[in-house]
Design a protein around this ligand. Structure first.
Ligand code: HEC
Length: 247
């Protein structure tokens, strides 16, 4: 196919921009290059149109050099504006934002830096599986005393919260997920005893839960965290008062 590179403007009329640099197009799609006499004739016509000082043409079409210049100038401005916006966004991502002067000093740790570094900081404060276990330890103790008090609703509430704590802990530390599955048989056993409101069955299922806690501690290489049946109460929550007048 007959092709030509478009990086050179038309030699006869340097003002004619024929295309993007280096693009290859079929010759028959190019504007036809006028021969010498045609060019002379059009040059005379152009001078007549513009007058001796080359004053501005009366109508502005896309083919006139001036208008093309304006269009290109506008395009350049738009590109510069987009570039500026992008670089601002990149700098916000890489350098982060400085907190406003009005921000209290004790909030700066959370406001400074990029969003990524701020999230990492929050994650560090939220901690890992250990905090899930501190909470689980507390709720395990409360569960025990709720069972002793026959406060079945409070006991049920604690089982649900143990589930939530472990689930969130696994989300933060997915490596613990496989071992944590052992709770999935121990907790339903406790719930069954709670539904039956059966203190004997509760004692049995609670012992099974304790064994599960320790089995996981062995599996996860923290056997020194040895869980045993609570001996002291930790919270002020006591037996649910029996409403006056009830049997
Ligand atoms: C995934 C298996 C797993 C199960 C199930 C499990 N634990 Fe843990 N527990 C751990 C791990 C792992 C640690 C150590 C956490 C760390 O090093 O970040 C831990 C630590 C603890 C701690 C010490 C927390 C601290 O930092 O002071 C307590 C208390 C605890 N567990 C109680 C329990 C109780 C009670 C149960 C049962 C209801 C239980 N755990 C069930 C894995 C488990």
């Amino acid at each position: 196919m007959n092709v030509a590179r478009l990086h050179r403007p038309n030699a006869r009329d340097p003002g004619v921009l024929t295309g993007f640099a280096g693009a290859l197009v079929p010759l028959d799609l190019l504007p036809r290059v006028p021969n010498r006499s045609e060019a002379l004739r059009s040059d005379v016509a152009r001078k007549r149109r513009l007058g001796p000082l080359g004053s501005r043409p009366t109508s502005c079409t896309l083919h006139s050099r001036r208008c093309r210049g304006v269009v290109l100038g506008c395009a350049l401005l738009v590109l510069m504006a987009i570039g500026l916006g992008c670089s601002r966004e990149t700098s916000r991502r890489t350098n982060g934002v400085t907190p406003p002067a009005s921000a209290p000093d004790n909030a700066r740790w959370l406001l400074e830096g990029t969003n990524d570094t701020r999230f990492i900081r929050v994650a560090q404060h939220l901690r890992g599986f250990d905090m899930a276990m501190v909470e689980t330890g507390y709720r395990y103790t409360e569960l025990y005393w709720a069972g002793q008090d026959r406060n079945w609703d409070y006991a049920k509430y604690q089982v649900e919260k143990i589930r939530t704590a472990v689930r969130n802990g696994i989300e933060r530390r997915p490596a613990r997920a496989k071992s944590a599955q052992m709770l999935e048989s121990a907790l339903p056993g406790v719930e069954e005893a709670l539904r039956a409101k059966d203190p004997v069955r509760f004692a049995d299922r609670f012992a099974a839960l304790t064994a599960t806690c320790n089995a996981c501690h062995h599996a996860e290489r923290v056997p020194f965290v040895h869980v045993q049946t609570p001996a002291t109460r930790m919270s002020p929550v006591g037996p649910h008062p029996v409403p006056r007048g009830s049997p």
